[in-house]
Design a binder for this molecule. Structure first.
Ligand code: 5AD
Ligand code: SF4
Length: 491
């Protein structure tokens, strides 16, 4: 029970994409400004929040089980507020309450700013509170857009993956309407934030210690802010502006849409030294028929040309992709085409998902989910095997080379062993995960590492720490990155 002298406690569980991680940071930041403290244990929380994902069914099922685990707390302390927020809340609204009647708050992605006020209302009235944006067909474009607030309040460094890495939303929503995807409904129409707001936010983040920012958008390279006076700011313009911020060391952006990978953007990636030479550009399938049914609006041939253009304009760029296997009507022959594309494309890595039919999407209405689960599983494994072989070959090419690693913290092994020198982990400018032994004080720094070995997903090396020792003596050692506050399960 909360007393006048004890700060109320909030517990939050996050699943899904980086956009959700950012939303959780913002929600917790807002609640902390209202006097809340963050707790890692739902058992002593006054407010329990589930920030949800609807992209695949599995994500939703996991959330319902997690909500079930909050039941004992709610029974013993009925004043505890349990909230379902984010994509599942927006998509399923009443259904969430039906399946989980203990839930007090159902708050969609575009209404997160209202959480403090809704907690108060739920306490006062004892009635469940709903705050949802309009559905895509529930009003005119402007009306629907206005109901999805961008929600970018003051930030809270404690909730970041590490103190020197921050996500920055530059775009909300999506207008691509791929037939399998819930995102255009859960996150609403595509809207690009004003570049001045974004650049100011990055300045503040850098003042707070951020060295790397990751710009987020569902189709981030479609970013285009129309100033209403004939001027448009593109992503290339935005990153050029941001590049001048002193203290900012790295700029990343995810996720890209193949058709919007313009030359001006690729030129900016090549020319601007702070921009990470890594592009995540999901293709989803290597078969034109499947791509057509997915309504991706490009062919495998177009994607191949785009990939060649990325590599020509940005020499040495690392590219990764997403795939959905077992989409409606995917035959062995269609799948083979995807395998061929993966084999030849030499992606640094790929995220492979089994198709999960999502009620309400165009695909669910139009095409039967006709690939058996066992076949989806096998295709997933087969594709992964091809990708893993390529990832290993790619990683081994780095052996004998020196890479610049932004050190994120101790590796899992490092945490176990302790001591002054332990295994640290970070990423290179091409987004390769790299581990090496070093002292804690290197965390948050960029270190040159000589790569000596590699597995499919990790480069191993030796840090040239000598060049940092001299610098260290003039500086206070920085504290280790706190443990991640958000248990991010990518489902
Ligand atoms: N089933 C399986 N995977 C999906 N994705 C999006 N929707 C679905 C779905 N219904 C995948 C796509 C996308 C990634 C974020 O999730 O590959 O790029
Ligand atoms: Fe979903 Fe397609 Fe938009 Fe990506 S581009 S969020 S897959 S609709």
């Amino acid at each position: 029970m909360t007393t006048a002298t004890t700060a109320p406690k909030v517990y939050i569980e996050t699943v899904g994409c980086q956009m959700n991680v950012l939303d959780s940071e913002l929600v917790v930041g807002t609640l902390k400004r209202q006097g809340y403290v963050l707790t890692d244990t739902p058992a002593d929380a006054d407010v329990i929040l589930f920030n949800t994902c609807s992209v695949r069914e599995l994500a939703e099922e996991k959330t319902y089980s997690a909500i079930g685990r909050a039941l004992p707390r709610k029974r013993s302390h009925p004043e505890t507020i349990v909230g379902v927020i984010g994509c599942m809340a927006q998509k399923d609204q009443e259904h969430v309450r039906k399946r989980a009647p203990l839930v007090d708050l159902v708050v969609g992605t575009g209404q997160l700013a209202r959480i403090p006020e809704l907690i108060t209302a739920a306490r006062k009235t004892g009635a469940p509170q709903f705050a949802l944006s309009l559905g895509r067909a529930d009003g005119g474009r402007h009306e629907v857009e206005a109901s999805f607030e961008s929600y970018d309040p003051a930030r809270d460094p404690q909730m970041r993956p590490t103190p020197f890495q921050a996500f920055v939303r530059i775009q909300i929503g999506c207008d691509k309407f791929c037939t399998y995807c819930v995102v255009p409904s859960t996150r609403g129409p595509e809207q690009s934030r004003h570049p001045d707001h974004i650049v100011n936010e990055v300045r503040v983040l850098v003042d707070q210690g951020a060295k790397e920012v990751t710009l987020l958008g569902q189709t981030v390279n479609s970013y285009a802010h129309d100033h209403g006076d004939g001027r448009t700011t593109r992503l290339s313009d935005l990153i050029s502006r941001m590049h001048d911020i002193a203290g900012l060391e790295r700029i990343k952006f995810v996720t890209n849409y193949p058709k919007d990978m313009t030359d001006d953007l690729l030129d900016a990636v090549r020319e601007l030294p702070k921009v990470v030479k890594y592009l995540h550009v999901p293709v989803q399938s290597g078969c034109d028929d499947v791509l057509k049914r997915m309504k991706r609006n490009y062919t495998a041939g177009f994607y191949r040309e785009m990939l060649a253009r990325c590599r020509e304009r940005v020499p040495g760029v690392a590219v990764s992709s997403d795939f959905i296997v077992g989409f409606c009507g995917e035959t062995e022959e269609s799948f083979r085409k995807t395998v061929d594309l993966v084999a030849e494309s030499k992606f640094k890595n790929s995220f492979i998902f089994k198709y999960s039919e999502r009620p309400g999407t165009k695909a669910a209405g139009r095409f039967p989910d006709d690939v058996p689960e066992a076949v989806k599983k096998r295709r997933n494994n087969d594709l992964l095997a091809v990708q893993n072989a390529n990832s290993l070959a790619d990683a081994r090419e780095w052996i004998g080379r020196a890479v610049e690693v932004l050190v994120e913290g101790p590796s899992k092994v490092g945490v176990k062993t302790g001591g002054p020198v332990r295994q640290l982990v970070g990423r290179t400018m091409t987004d390769h995960i790299t581990v090496f032994d070093g002292p804690d004080r290197l965390v948050g720094r960029t270190v040159t590492v000589d790569v000596t070995d590699a597995s499919a997903f990790t480069l191993f090396g030796t840090a040239r720490t000598a060049e940092h020792v001299g610098v260290e003596t003039t500086r206070e050692p920085e504290p280790l990155a706190p443990a991640r506050r958000i248990g991010l399960a990518v489902v």
